[in-house]
Design a protein around this ligand. Sequence first.
Ligand SMILES: [Zn+2]
Length: 203
Amino acid sequence: MPELTTASLMQNHRAATTLVGMLEGNGRFVAGEPRYKRDIVAAREAAPDQKPSAAVFTCIDSRVTAESAFDCDFGQLLVVRTAGHVPDRAAVGSLEFAAAELGISLIVVLGHERCGAIGAALHAVESDSHDPRTDYLVEQLWQPASQALAEASAEPDTASHAMRLQVRRTVADLGRRSSLEGVLVVGAVYDLDTGVVSLIDEN
Ligand SMILES: [Zn+2]
């Protein structure tokens, strides 16, 4: 467990406050009452500088738009995306840059239901099929897909289970990196139908 210093407590407090603010933003989004229009006026106002307080690491899925889901304006949220939020080198390097240079205190790993990347990995594991176009991604997602299939009797929604395993795996991967020390990393799931973001625990 990291040493609790005044600085680390302040950093944790900042991250927790940021997270609460993002979940409030999600509440506005779900209620159909967004605060921000993200139009050209807002873009111009934000143009001189950026001070994002959090990063969202999410999937490339075209139905998942972090700025909308958390009702954030230009300059507030740094978004890193890879299919199935696979934490490969460029993605992690981007988050490390955000922590070191932009001072973010929070990373939200955001999975979503009906994830195509997870679906492709499940299909590949089940059918033992091989497609050079998806091989890299399937390899990266092989572990959660095969674990979800092995646990199908306890967790019948295999796709949802695999996605949640991948969120937890990504959170654990980022959480143990010394380069991201002091940054709070949490996992969450976005519901495509309702727009609701729900935090998930680590286990
Ligand atoms: Zn996805």
